[in-house]
Ligand binder design. Structure first.
Ligand SMILES: Cc1cc2nc3c(=O)[nH]c(=O)nc-3n(C[C@H](O)[C@H](O)[C@H](O)COP(=O)(O)OP(=O)(O)OC[C@H]3O[C@@H](n4cnc5c(N)ncnc54)[C@H](O)[C@@H]3O)c2cc1C
Length: 348
């Protein structure tokens, strides 16, 4: 095996996407992850939603991120021979007259190019849609399968080290970064550790806890994601993910009674049919200040970089972000200043 040129620490959405982006450009990544820690990616519903939030606002850099994400996941599907991405419109049912009015005002503007249909096209016996709705461009990634199949492929190619990087596990030398546990020196290291980066690194995290339910609803045959207050995402066998709560500040991963109550209350305004809750989980979104993702060398540490801050949009942002960072690492393309860790983390 050729000597690796980049150690990617962490195999969540950030690390996995970066490792693939390097590989697809002829780089030689080595991925380190013991898979023993809680990972936000394991909780993600995998929605790719260029149009989001109550105001139907366009996600940051949606114009670049959406096509980059579709291209990237299709390419990885080809490499792995598994299906990962389903492209299907997301149904937005209006929650109140203000949202309806906002939509009517903006549908003929920039929002228009993300509209698939100006009606919701849902079965009124299944969903409450008193104010109507619309369908916007979107998709869903099977995140678990993406991570597992990629991990197996990295292992098959000898590119995976199943270890946790200790807090003092890196030493920068004249020739590169010495990784004590590997007994070797690599040209560079990129830390993709999600919220674990809080321990000792200067990322300005503003994390937000999210809880989700998995329900069984045998009467619901809808194959698209439907959203009204909460989203309902089909995952097969009459099962649906429901989510997510958004609680800034909370950083534990314990499902709560209040969280379940909040989700079920909103679900009651979306779904008319009976269901049974079969699972309830919680995780924390790695959001950093300004709510933009971040990538690049840490200030004063040319050979140690980060890729983080994927927030609530990891599946949408990661391919564009990782591709951009990989171009920077391998071809010297300048980093976009809005994401550049060197700029964002510079003192003062
Ligand atoms: C409830 C919920 C629902 C969500 N739904 C969506 C959604 O529908 N769509 C969407 O786009 N986003 C969603 N998100 C956001 C998404 O989960 C995150 O943006 C994304 O998972 C962040 O990925 P990451 O790789 O940065 O972090 P993580 O997934 O946390 O990965 C970090 C990795 O680093 C590893 N690691 C940590 N420390 C070390 C160490 N010392 N040594 C080695 N490895 C280490 C961990 O094992 C882990 O594998 C959701 C988040 C939550 C909480």
């Amino acid at each position: 095996m050729a000597q690796p040129d980049t150690l990617v620490v962490g195999q969540g959405l950030a690390g996995t996407t970066l490792a693939w982006s390097l590989l697809l450009r002829g780089g030689r990544p080595l991925v380190m992850d013991a898979a023993a820690r809680p990972a936000a990616s394991r909780a993600a519903a995998g929605l790719l939603a260029p149009v989001g939030g109550k105001r139907l606002a366009l996600a940051w850099r949606a114009e670049q991120a959406w096509p980059a994400a579709v291209r990237f996941y299709r390419e990885v599907e080809d490499r792995l021979g598994v299906e990962l991405l389903s492209e299907a419109p997301i149904v937005r049912l209006f929650v109140d007259p203000q949202q309806r009015a906002e939509f009517d005002r903006r549908a003929s503007g920039p929002l228009g190019q993300w509209l698939v249909a100006e009606d919701a096209g849902v079965d009124p016996r299944v969903f409450f849609a008193p104010l109507g709705g619309c369908q916007v461009v979107g998709g869903r990634l099977d995140v678990g399968r993406f991570l597992d199949a990629s991990r197996a492929e990295f292992a098959r190619r000898g590119l995976l080290v199943e270890e946790d990087l200790p807090a003092d596990g890196l030493r920068e030398t004249e020739h590169g970064v010495a990784v004590d546990s590997l007994g070797s020196v690599l040209p560079r290291v990129v830390l993709c550790r999600g919220l674990a980066e809080r321990d000792g690194r200067p990322l300005p995290f503003e994390p937000a806890k999210g809880e989700t339910l998995t329900i069984r609803a045998p009467g619901v045959s809808e194959g698209r994601v439907v959203q009204r207050g909460v989203w309902l995402a089909p995952i097969g066998n009459a099962l649906f993910r429901v989510g997510a709560t958004f609680h800034p500040g909370a950083a534990d991963v314990l499902p709560t009674v209040a969280g379940r109550r909040e989700l079920e209350s909103k679900l009651g305004e979306l779904l008319r049919l009976p269901y049974e809750v079969v699972d309830h989980s919680a995780a924390v979104r790695p959001i950093v200040r300004t709510r933009r993702p971040i990538a690049g060398a840490l200030p004063g540490r040319d050979r140690v970089g980060v890729l983080n801050g994927l927030g609530a949009s990891g599946t949408l942002w990661a391919p564009w972000l990782a591709g951009h960072y990989a171009d920077h690492l391998l071809s010297g393309e300048p980093l976009d200043r809005e994401i550049d860790a060197g700029v964002r983390l510079a003192p003062g």
